[in-house]
Design a protein around this ligand. Structure first.
Ligand SMILES: [Zn+2]
Length: 59
């Protein structure tokens, strides 16, 4: 029981380190379809820390 709990803690700790390094567990929350040369823009959010950002999709 204690071992499983420690695994959970370790995973959370690792996740925080990755986020601190800028390696987020991103998921796409919204896709904005642009017209012209800008193409589509994806709004992304990190499942761990809630970091939000945008990234440009392929036109
Ligand atoms: Zn994050």
């Amino acid at each position: 029981m204690k071992r499983a709990f420690d695994m959970e803690r370790a995973r959370e700790w690792l996740g925080r380190i990755l986020c601190a390094l800028g390696v987020h567990d991103l998921e796409v929350v919204e896709v904005q379809i642009g017209f012209g040369p800008s193409g589509t823009v994806e709004k992304v959010q990190c499942r761990r820390c809630g970091y939000r950002g945008t990234r440009r999709g392929r036109a």
